[in-house]
Design a protein around this ligand. Structure first.
Ligand code: NI
Length: 170
């Protein structure tokens, strides 16, 4: 496979904080972006990736927890129940792990890469990853779930990463 032109955006990049817009008509361009996103996810050993992480503020996510690849357009949580807590990482927040509480079960409505409506019922890890990726489409990152003490630790760790935002803070 050819190397993708897209690259993973790191915390501090404003694209990660913008709300993604919904996709009206699915085109070859979206299918191409979804393939490149899947490639980036696998290269980074990730289990999910949202379009803003590849620099694109449009509602697209890819997820693969080892049981098959999902390429979803305009994903939306329509039902959620129960609770689970996991230590989550994120390809856009390298080296950081944060405990996040999410619903145990979710029902997601979305379109596939050909614009066909799909309805997914997920639980456990798959439900967790889907909620994490949908957060990205709202401009939300795992660091937003951190406690005050965790946030101090995160800021120290991010300074070491030498990312854009930290250079500006110095
Ligand atoms: Ni993430």
């Amino acid at each position: 496979m050819e190397k993708t032109a897209l690259k993973i955006r790191i915390i501090g990049d404003p694209v990660l904080r913008k709300k993604s817009s919904s996709i009206k008509e699915v085109s070859n361009r979206h299918r191409d972006i979804l393939s490149q996103m899947a490639q980036l996810m696998y290269e980074g050993d990730g289990v999910g990736l949202a379009a803003p992480q590849a620099g694109i503020n449009e509602m697209m996510i890819v997820v693969d927890i080892g049981s098959g690849l999902y390429k979803l357009i305009n994903p939306k949580v329509v039902d959620a129940s129960g609770a689970q807590v996991n230590q989550e990482g994120c390809l856009s927040v390298p080296g950081i792990c944060i405990k996040v509480k999410r619903a145990q079960r979710v029902r997601i409505k979305a379109q596939d890469e050909y614009g066909k409506n799909i309805d997914i019922k997920a639980e456990g890890l798959l439900a967790c990853v889907l909620q994490h990726e949908i957060d990205h489409l709202k401009g939300k990152l795992i660091t937003d779930y951190a406690s005050f003490v965790e946030k101090i630790k995160i800021n120290k760790a991010l300074k070491k990463l030498n990312v854009k935002s930290c250079q500006l803070k110095l």
